[in-house]
Design a protein. Sequence first.
Length: 673
Amino acid sequence: MTESKTASRETRLPMTTRVFIERVTPTLDAGPYAVKRVLGDDVRVEADLICDGHDVVTGRVLYRPRGVRESDWREVRLTPIVNDRFTASFPVDQLGVWEFVVEGCVDQFATWRRALERKQQGSSAADVVAHLRQGAAVLRATAARAPDPDRGLLLTAADRLDDAERRPRDAATTAADPVVFGLAERYPPFETAGRSPRVYELVVEPKLANFSAWYEFFPRSTGAPGEHGSFRTSYARLQYAADLGFDIVYLPPIHPIGRTHRKGKNNSPTATANEPGSPWAIGAAEGGHKSVHPQLGTLEDFRAFVARARELGLSVALDIALQASPDHPYVTEHPEWFAKRPDGSIQYAENPPKKYQDIYPFDFECEAAPALWQELTSIFLFWAELGVRVFRVDNPHTKSLAFWRHCVDELKQRYPDAILLAEAFTRPKLMYALAKLGFSQSYTYFTWRNTKHDFTTYLTELTKTEVVEFFRPNFWPNTPDILPEHLQYGGRGAFIARLVLAGTLSSNYGIYGPAFELMDHVARPGAEENVDNEKYELKQWDVDRPDSLRLLITRLNQIRREYECLQDNTSLEFHPTDNESLLCYSKRRGDQAVIAVVNLDPHHRQAGWLSLDLEKLGIRDAASYQVHDLLSDARYLWNGSRNYVDLDPGGMPAHLFVVRYRVRSEADFDYFA
């Protein structure tokens, strides 16, 4: 890899361009959106380099962080794959937006040298000498593009070729010299190169954008019985989340809560005097989106909370809900920011049949939209300045897409390490549009996928199509809003199976706790959410309860960190089973492969045969091999591709196997004695 200063493109004559660039990847929708990578990734670029005739073609990728000088392109050469397809990779070592282009030209020296090899096989000596002398002109043209001392070396070689009639042996030796070939290869005529139709962009984000484990909890529920919790009483919950192995602690809105139309227990339309209300009804006399609830503490207390989390290796994620309670200061200071009914009153939020009388949505198309957009963008910037770099955004699909382009661009220009999670259970293309506009991760339909067919078709879409270039799924088995039917009735086995599926099918996953690890499964009648929901009341959680799943969660997070193949989704492969209730899949990186088998039936024991694709697992020369179950610590000796499993949801409904040893001869069996 070298630094490169490209010549101005404006003086190039179209007639000198013989190589055309097509089918560049990675790109998205023919270019208008940026693909995504994380810090430290190697970006693999591919392109077709098409040229008339039979000349040898060479090419390069020019790349740079956006905003550097025009001359500061970095360069990596393309290598041929097959049928005019070329590839190259370059590392990204800086957060933010990067640019790259592909160039291709005729490699004059390589073309000349290939012709020489053919002439030496059947042409007359005179023809070979003539061709050697033609090579001198090629080398001199190459030398003109080279700096010293390479220029001098190339000119010396050209002189030897020019003297081929008197010293044909020396000239032939020079033409075959790998040093000469290497020098000539450095300086092809890129001034006549064809260039890809546009400059392509990619966004480089922190590694946490691609690999993360989220733990959601309500700080207000960490106080003594009957008392409102605070940031300070939440320190123990921070330690708990860190001990479980999570990367991110996600807090529901921490702002003052409105009193007008405050919702009571179980979403009752009326609340008693001592009920805390929904944190998503943001804003009161004490302040709005840039204030904290007085009972949680002060902004300084929040700073200390973020600092304590950082000491424990945790990032704090804040929920940003762009909506206001009727008591929010925005309502009186800027009534023009809200939609009105015909009678002039402000329209509250609805999602029929649900009604949210305690929430006013913003009107993103109002006449005062520029001021509204800037103020809402400033909410993200305010918390970023306080040290928050991770945001979970509530219902972004109900806000203007143009606003999100403006908001995310401004946030990431100032804070390129910012990560945004879209809570968008909506139409697929709308979810994808949010990802293209800059959201780092997104909620998904995982929660409602239950069968083998459901999982294989959905995950194939997420990991084997162009979706993988911009959409990072985050799998959540539960949320404060969602308690799916399989968790309501599936018992402990369902919770374990969904945990393993979420944490291994996706490199990003999260749980709403402690409700999940304590298997809180009773639903509110008529709703797909927990009864006595924490959204509307303070809860007491016994996180030390003996039947808690905390030890299993800790083990799963340890496995995710230890095995790098689980930290990405692109290697996901499904393997056939003869039982529709058994889902088998794997992820692999290099020699490391993890095989997951999950019983999708939470009520019955299921057994069957797996048909493993050994090549995709990297097992090529072993008749037998040992697999180690990372969950139970059991080891099994397997033979070939077809192997038997038996999973009881009453015990452990899942295996996470890693291949430990490959057996090639009888002597190797001593290890298993």
